[in-house]
Design a binder for this molecule. Structure first.
Ligand SMILES: [Ca+2]
Ligand SMILES: [Ca+2]
Length: 215
């Protein structure tokens, strides 16, 4: 094991192999606090194009709760696409959920229409850790893109009990702090076909990432 791993907790999961490092070219938006502040890398998959002309701003700052159909303040990744975002100042492990990922799932009758993505995090941009996400499950717990955004505003959008979205607790990975979040679409795995991969809005649609604050 390389010496640089010496500061990792013994009982924590190992870094994921084969993840590309953050480029470090990310220019943080100084006007944003408490949400993703820059896009370090964007690797969508064709034919997804929704929101791309408004990148990076469309995925920075707070989410915009949508109506019944979910937010359109999103960028679509396409099936298998990924995006890497930075949070200026990083996110510390505090009691409970530390950050929220907002997609645009919506409820249609008795089902919630989801487009899941696996969530990876890194402090140094080199070693990446993955939150376990079973995208093939009917209710893909542990993935982003599962829980609708609540119709709240202001600081409530950073309140894990009120905002909706999918919450992630760094303690689950044995990490004290992160600066980078990477999302990789798993929509194809979830549905088992290409049904939701086509079109401009194919795959996971990122709205925002919020650092949780205690109310
Ligand atoms: Ca925590
Ligand atoms: Ca989509």
């Amino acid at each position: 094991m390389p010496a640089c791993d010496a500061d990792l907790p013994d009982d924590g999961p190992a870094p994921i192999e084969g993840e590309s490092p953050a480029t470090g070219d990310c220019l943080h938006d100084a006007e944003i606090t408490g949400f993703a502040t820059c896009v370090d890398a964007f690797d969508p998959r064709s034919p997804a194009s929704f929101g791309h002309d408004a990148m990076p701003g469309i995925v920075l700052g707070p989410p915009r709760p949508g109506s019944a159909g979910g937010s359109t303040d999103v960028a679509s990744l396409g099936c298998g696409g990924s995006i890497t975002l930075g949070v200026a100042g990083g996110i510390d492990d505090r009691p409970g959920v530390d950050f929220l990922v907002f997609e645009n799932p919506f409820v249609a009758g008795e089902i919630t229409f989801v487009e899941p993505a696996v969530v990876l995090v890194s402090e140094d941009g080199l070693r990446w850790f993955e939150f376990p996400c079973d995208a093939t499950a009917p209710d893909p717990e542990g993935c982003a893109g599962v829980t609708p955004t609540a119709n709240v505003s202001g600081d409530e959008l950073r309140d894990a009990a009120r905002a909706g979205g999918d919450g992630f607790d760094l303690e689950a990975l044995g990490l004290a702090r992160i600066e980078w979040v990477r999302l990789r679409d798993r929509t194809r795995d979830h549905y088992g076909d290409e049904m939701w991969c086509g079109g401009a809005g194919g795959g996971f649609d990122l709205d925002a990432i919020a650092e949780v604050v205690e109310p």
